[in-house]
Design a binder for this molecule. Structure first.
Ligand code: ZN
Length: 315
């Protein structure tokens, strides 16, 4: 039995309810098609979607183990509603009882993909004429949002807009401590890094089924009380090679060390060096192993700021 939006109890107090329910059906269908499964891990629960009592959307899969309770804040516009619902449905398929920075970025990517697919479906079938066509453009809008462009180094923003996967991968390795250190459910989380992570994942084609259940593959076992966990570390060694190759795009499972160089000034990027400026310092990121570190820095004219080891579990 597929995951479906239950009429009973969903969006009860929302104006234009029938159209919102139609959009909900459409989004759920698109996410099911992406993951090529009716329900994650054979879990056949209906979705009950309601207005969030919190400032942010969230999913609760444990209070009532027979339903996925999804809470959204956007019940005014169809595109925002669809985006939030698709993100929380991403958590359903990834494993809703744990989250972290990487999982949040993947859930963002699920939203973008699902809304892109929804925009290609005839909305009339769902009682929502005209609206879904604009969903794809809405889902891509965070990359051109004024706040995003102001906060993120311009070279990184351009790489995200152009889908330059290798550059994004290096930047996400550089930002790894920030991604892993932030509590995923803290307020406010670092949405910019989620946006960059989602762009990195989507820089190539994605085999979504390979990501099913990924959030529950953790190095620390979940306590059996089934409450939501925040920031249990992911166990890359337990994942399939297909999952690890997708996570490599997000700066994980990389088999070479990463050097962070401080460069004298912004210049033309010499690939595979990725350069960007942050707080008026020009950084260069290049992958090299420890014995090559000093020769590489000397060749590129940079000062070594940091070097991080290769990962244990590579593709
Ligand atoms: Zn989330």
């Amino acid at each position: 039995m597929p995951v479906t939006l239950r009429r009973d109890g969903s969006l009860n107090d929302v104006g234009n309810r029938d159209n919102f329910l139609g959009v909900g059906d459409l989004v759920i269908r698109c996410v099911r098609e992406m993951f090529r499964s009716e329900a994650p891990s054979g879990d056949e629960r209906p979705v009950v979607c309601a207005r969030s009592p919190n400032p942010a959307p969230f999913i609760d899969s444990t209070a009532d183990p027979t339903t996925y309770n999804i809470y959204v804040t956007a019940t005014d516009t169809f595109d925002r509603f669809a985006y939030q619902l698709a993100h929380e449905l991403g958590h359903v398929w990834l494993g809703p009882e744990n989250t972290c920075g990487v999982v949040e970025a993947i859930a963002e990517a699920v939203s973008i993909e699902a809304l892109g697919r929804a925009s290609l479906v005839a909305g009339q079938d769902f009682g929502v004429p005209a609206y879904p066509a604009a969903f794809g453009a809405y889902a891509r809008s965070p990359l051109t949002d004024a706040g995003f462009l102001e906060r993120v180094p311009p070279e990184v923003a351009r790489a995200a807009q152009d889908g330059r996967g290798e550059d994004l991968r290096l930047f996400l390795r550089y930002a790894r401590a920030r991604i892993d250190g932030a509590r995923a459910t803290a307020t406010p989380p670092d949405f910019d890094l989620r946006t960059i992570g989602a762009a990195a994942l989507r820089s190539g084609s994605v085999c979504w089924p390979a990501l099913t259940g990924l959030a529950l593959m953790t190095t620390v076992p979940r306590v059996a009380d089934d409450r939501l966990r925040d920031n249990l570390p992911l166990n890359y060694g337990a994942m399939s090679a297909a999952a690890r190759s997708l996570l490599r795009r997000m700066g994980r499972c990389c088999g070479t060390g990463l050097a962070v160089l401080e460069l004298p000034a912004a210049g033309a990027a010499e690939r595979p060096l990725f350069t960007f400026t942050e707080n008026e310092v020009t950084f260069g990121l290049v992958e090299c192993d420890w014995p090559e570190l000093n020769p590489v820095a000397a060749r590129l004219g940079g000062r070594v700021k940091a070097w991080s080891e290769p990962d244990h579990h590579v593709v």
